[in-house]
Design a protein around this ligand. Structure first.
Ligand code: SF4
Length: 352
């Protein structure tokens, strides 16, 4: 059985759901903006956010931020063990260290303090920061080097009887990410794993890379917490993270949209309808399916099978709720009617 650990009130591993994480993209020096970003991330369902902590003197700001948000924060520390110690002493419940730039000799004291304060340590290797020694030890195999980099630090922490560990190995290569994590999961089946494809990039490419890598791991039962690393707002990372989990049937969050790609048969402007509907999805109960179909070919059956459905007809659109036809509506009335349809307050006299 995998060990379950807790960061704030969020449990990770064991029988907990796969958690969705992000990272603050404003520096700690902009305190108020950090608070605002935390609040926006919480609204999207973010469950843990990493925060770059580039120097020990900012640990107090991290503590200040911790007091102002309910979003659990993980201090992201590189190079200097004193920064990790400062974060823990300032009350931060979790730190991430990078085995590519945090020497092994520094871990003993760090582990002692983490144990004393019940801090979680994430050992997070990144393909871009592997040392020459780590690459050489794996004969240039970057996935194996990621695994070995994580292994030497994990083994040291375990030797000190420290178990509050999350492991992570990321690469911008989907293949290396999947292989490295497969090695880690085989070697440490009892420890929680954080997964993601690092530096996945912007837009469609970044989303696809992340989805492919994360799904390949989740489908093997690997991964207890994830981050989608996009060159974009962190809120989008969280939304895409949930979409991946929804697509795999692992978690539900708000409404789940089923919409046809449209073709020459379409009777309704599906893109327009989807644009109207999408902002309302997050307010729907988790797991509510909403089908928007362009015509009567597949439309009525898909729409009937969904909790809420809209199917285009020659003159407008038919609305379905739990398989029951509410009525047919003229297209121009839909923008007004849809909010009431989704909130369940639609009135029968609106039915044409
Ligand atoms: S539901 Fe109708 S409009 Fe949409 S893709 Fe299928 S045939 Fe085309």
């Amino acid at each position: 059985m995998k060990r379950q650990i807790k960061i704030g009130n969020v449990s990770i591993g064991g029988n907990a759901p796969v958690r969705v994480e992000s990272m603050l993209k404003v520096p700690l020096s902009q305190k108020e903006k950090c608070v605002e970003q935390c609040e926006r991330l919480l609204r999207e369902g973010c469950e843990l956010a990493r925060v770059a902590l580039p120097s020990a003197d900012l640990a107090e700001v991290l503590a200040w931020l911790n007091e102002r948000t309910s979003l659990p924060l993980m201090a992201d520390v590189h190079f200097d063990p004193e920064i990790a110690v400062a974060a823990m002493k300032a009350g931060c419940g979790s730190i991430r260290i990078n085995p590519g730039n945090m020497p092994l000799r520094n871990l003993t004291e760090m582990t002692r303090i983490a144990k004393e304060r019940e801090v979680v340590i994430r050992i997070g290797a990144n393909g871009g920061s592997l040392s020459a020694r780590q690459l050489a030890s794996a004969e240039g195999d970057r996935a194996a080097a990621l695994f070995l980099a994580v292994k030497e630090q994990a083994d040291l922490l375990l030797e000190h009887d420290f178990q509050n560990i999350i492991l992570s190995a990321k690469s911008s290569s989907v293949g290396d990410t999947v292989r490295a994590n497969t090695f880690i999961a085989q070697a440490y089946p009892h420890l929680p794993l954080h997964i993601g494809v690092t530096e996945a990039g912007p837009g469609d490419g970044g989303v696809v890379k992340s989805a492919v890598g994360i799904a390949a791991l989740l489908e093997q039962g690997i991964g207890d917490t994830l981050r989608v690393s996009l060159t974009d707002e962190p809120e989008r990372e969280v939304r895409v993270g949930y979409e991946i989990l929804k697509a795999l049937g692992r978690r539900a969050r708000g409404g789940d949209l089923i919409s046809c790609p449209t073709c020459g048969r379409r009777r309704a402007d599906v893109r327009k309808l989807v644009a109207l509907i999408e902002p309302m999805l997050s307010d729907l109960p988790d797991g509510t399916t909403v089908a928007v179909m362009g015509c009567e070919v597949n439309g009525p059956k898909e729409a009937k099978g969904a909790h809420l459905g809209i199917a285009g007809t020659p003159t407008g659109a038919v609305l379905f709720k739990e398989g029951v036809v509410l009525g047919e509506y003229e297209l121009e009335t839909l923008p007004k009617i849809l909010p009431e349809f989704f909130s369940g307050t639609i009135k029968s006299n609106q039915i044409r």
